[in-house]
Design a protein around this ligand. Sequence first.
Ligand code: SF4
Length: 340
Amino acid sequence: MFIPKRIIFEKGALHYETGKQIYRHFLQDNDIELIELNNNKIKENIPGDNLYELYREGKKTLVVGVKKGFKFQSCKPSAHYQLPLLSGCIGGCQYCYLNTNLGDKPYMRVNVNVEEILAAAQDYINERQPEETIFEGSATSDPIPVEPYSNVLKQTIEFFSNNQKGRFRFVTKYTDVDTLLDIDHKDHTEIRFTLNTNTVIQNYESRTPSKEKRIEACRKVIRAGYPTGFIIAPVFLYDNWKEDYLSLLVDLKSSLPEQIDHPLTFEVISHRYTTRAKNVINEVFPEHTLPMKDEERSYKYGQFGYGKFVYPKDALSEITAFFQKEIDALFENKVIKYII
Ligand code: SF4
């Protein structure tokens, strides 16, 4: 659970029940600074003169805000739309895409006008009927660490459980799932966990739970009957990578409950980076040890006009063959969506 150092309440946020609930939750804690804004100048209230400092203080900051404007971003290919409930993440993953996309907003933000956001979602659902519309809750965030005191996901899962044509999904590395377990979700919400080896977690994913803790949370969610998936990412090639990733799969398999209501989905993504991301990472984590030597990678042109440095073809083939074989051997009721 995220315990921030400071919480910044945007103008109007305390008019909403979720905003009040967060305020009450932390009111008695003298170590946490509660800041009520009359404007929305968030950055002025976070110390830091440069990206390096702003990143570190931002990661200790929770912004409780009000979403204005209800035009949702598309979210292809994983969903139809992003659901703009939260943004940012408390994790310190060095390779994180948020470093590039939300670099000047490293803080965790919760939008408390949840009912208004869900009403806007309903409009999108109505437009697409009779087709189903899928909303992604983690396109720009990892939403779980603030859930115990915000209940934003709970409200959202309940909204979608009663919805004929709307579906919800989100992905997390975190484990604060207990308040979601008793919800009558009616299979309308899919929860995916990002997993990795402890070597990768220890080297590159600071402030995130261990492999064992993530697997324990997976087990709880599967037992609660949620459609569940695993994203194994980013896959790094290092000495003993095969042994480590095999042990991850074996540990996952051995922790699964006997009763699994839905096929488990697997998505496997090898590490890749853009030049822009690399430049931001070098600024935010000057001491990082991420393997990002361009000459050791292949350059792959992307659909959005910029290319990425991926592992060379032979290495990618080895990754694909390895995960295909081991997942097939270990898991029966599963779907491997892709290995890239
Ligand atoms: Fe980024 Fe996910 Fe790590 Fe958060 S947990 S810093 S969203 S990679």
